[in-house]
Design a binder for this molecule. Structure first.
Ligand code: BGC
Length: 405
């Protein structure tokens, strides 16, 4: 049975500024990519030039049938030097909001998606005792352009940001970033987590003081599952990695669920994905069921905060596989809705093939991009997701079985 979705259900795609815009030169990541000894294998460079080509990108999404677009504003462009706000950068992001609204796309706006200004990183980033004040000043400068924005995500994946922050404190930057891009992650730093939670709550108040937006943040969910006899270890993994960030969203208007794969938790904690030819281009196990696991976990830990799926997708060069993965993920979302969980939308990661934090090879996009000419090539998955969006109906297993291959 296909659960009925509310008419205003958001069907969209997501991006982040640094991964698509290009030439984000005042940012901390630009410094890491372009230093004398670059610490990531590949640089973002021109990105996919979405800084200039966003009208085309939004038109492709809207024409396909989607009704929402999650994108971010880049702190490093808005405040390239401490306290110096670029009115031109704010005007740029305001034009993006206008373009989205004119195209029929509800903007879901992220204030912080992994990158910050270089000066902020040099001051210690999220481990600086004044980090909350710096972020609050930035958010205050953005609020005047958010008047008619209805969805705001303060910080993307604070649990990953806390992991990076902790790693940077413990080891030299280069090593920390190498760990991040290779997937070998240390535990999130509890002090950075505390600062991020405070920053989220203050940013929420600031945004609410100037807009009617629903405000939340988006949490990286690993859909942990216990190996036999490892329930305590499962609880510990959730306590370290996810639950404090979900608990911090208990009074929020929504919580963003971001799930790609599931991880088993064994006697020594989360187990790395075993090598398998079926793994995706990021080396993760192919687990479309992760979305249902993550939604249920977020619902349970927050005690019923409405859920917006802010990211879900697959890194693959085979678009048929993307459609299969996403169709199955949506079936799991449908089952969660049928159980009574309040899910407000599904935003696929990603709109475009983009810069995957140090690498270009893992392609997550509904739209391919020629990185020499920047020509866009919508993939069949874009039209497929658009047709689901137009019908506002989730696929079901029965439906999938009835489809010819
Ligand atoms: C991040 C994205 C990233 C995606 C795929 C999420 O962790 O928010 O920036 O590209 O997952 O790895």
């Amino acid at each position: 049975m296909n659960p009925t979705l509310p008419a205003e259900f958001l069907w969209g795609a997501a991006t982040s500024p640094h991964q698509i815009e290009g030439n984000n030169i005042a940012s901390d990541w630009w410094a890491l990519e372009n230093g004398e000894h670059p610490v990531v294998p590949e640089r973002s460079g021109d990105g996919v030039d979405s800084y200039h080509r966003y009208p085309e990108d939004m038109a492709l999404l809207a024409d396909a049938g989607l009704n929402a677009y999650r994108f971010g504003v880049e702190w490093a462009r808005i405040e390239p030097e401490p306290g110096r706000v670029s009115r031109a950068a704010l005007a740029h992001y305001r034009r993006m909001i206008d373009t989205a609204l004119e195209s029929g796309l509800t903007p879901v706006l992220t204030l912080h998606h992994f990158t910050g200004p270089r000066w902020f990183a040099e001051l210690g980033g999220w481990t600086n005792p004044h980090a909350v004040g710096y972020f609050a000043r930035f958010v205050t400068s953005v609020v005047p352009i958010l008047g008619d924005v209805r969805w705001v995500c303060t910080i993307n994946e604070p649990n990953m940001v806390a992991t990076m922050a902790g790693a940077q404190r413990a080891v030299p930057d280069a090593e920390a970033v190498r760990a991040f891009t290779s997937g070998a992650l240390p535990d999130p730093d509890p002090e950075a987590a505390r600062i991020l939670i405070e920053a989220h709550h203050i940013a929420t108040e600031i945004v609410k003081s100037g807009t009617d937006a629903a405000v939340g943040w988006s949490v990286a969910q690993q859909a942990f599952v216990a190996a036999p006899g490892c329930d305590d270890q499962l609880a510990e993994a959730n306590r370290l990695w996810e639950d404090p960030y979900l608990e911090a969203a208990r009074d929020d208007d929504f919580v963003g669920t971001q799930a790609y794969t599931s991880r088993l938790v064994g006697p020594d904690g989360p187990i790395a994905h075993a090598e398998d030819p079926g793994n995706t281009l990021t080396g993760w196990a192919y687990r479309p069921d992760a979305l249902g696991l993550a939604i249920r976990h977020a619902w349970q830990v927050t005690g019923g905060t409405p859920i917006l799926v802010t990211e879900n997708g697959i890194a693959t060069g085979d678009d048929t596989r993307r459609i299969a993965y996403t169709g199955e993920a949506l079936e799991h979302l449908g089952r969660a809705v049928a159980e009574g969980i309040d899910v407000r939308g599904y935003l696929h990661w990603s709109a475009l093939d983009n810069y995957e934090w140090g690498h270009w090879r893992p392609t997550f996009g509904l739209i391919g991009v020629d990185r020499a000419t920047f020509a866009r090539s919508p993939k069949p998955s874009l039209a497929w997701l658009g047709s689901i969006a137009r019908a506002n109906a989730l696929p079901t297993a029965e439906h999938r079985e009835a489809q010819p291959c």
